[in-house]
Design a protein around this ligand. Sequence first.
Ligand code: ARG
Length: 257
Amino acid sequence: MTPPTFFAVEYAINPWMDTSTPVDVARAVDQWQTLRDTYRRLGHTVDIVEPVPGLPDMVYAANAGLIINGTAIVAQFKHAERQGESAAYAAWMGQHGHRPVATRHVNEGQGDLLVVGSTILAGTGFRTQPQAHTEVAAITGMPVVSLELVDPRFYHLDTALTVLDDTTIAYYPPAFTAAARSRLRGLFPEAIEVASTDAYVLGLNAVSDGKHVVYPAQAAGFAEQLYHAGFHPIGVDLAELLKGGGSVKCCTLEVFS
Ligand code: ARG
């Protein structure tokens, strides 16, 4: 995780970002610390990446890459405003024993590359390019399922789909093409489908350890669904970071070893 020390909304690269909305950095830091402490309280290890001035979106660490089996696929950002993050995150990955590898095509890390069991679900349509999905499959040796997104509010896969455990997901069907929806229905017939009210507060931008699901606190309906499915939902308020178009999952780069 990377603290939002230099967080700001000074450019708009997704529909959630409005440069005329004031951002309270102290509040963002406070909310982010609550998220970090929540993970630690659940027994997870949280490593902190040093934030870099002039890279306000660096708090959305999920986009830094995909770290799996000792390899770190480093993000190749679409927008110039974020491209400086790649070097900062690659340095951290190298120092922490994850071998950094680059892709040639745009890939925004765990924003669009979600691991479920031994498969990678890969988003495209707004950020990560389909050619990067092929590169990721070759690097990891894992099957990659491409899913096309259609609604600009759900521009990364992790805004429209949550991996809950090795075989369970939750998602918001209207964010996907008909082809992607039928692919998901085939793979996950028991999936939780969330309502618009929860999707539109980025409720699906959540992190699960297979039991506890840390989710954006405003998504009360999703919490109810999780509870009934046997998970333990834990709401965290990240309203300040929602102004940049991200929430719980965006702030969290998971390390799969
Ligand atoms: N402002 C950032 C962007 O548009 C937000 C990234 C959110 N991250 C995520 N994993 N969905 O790139």
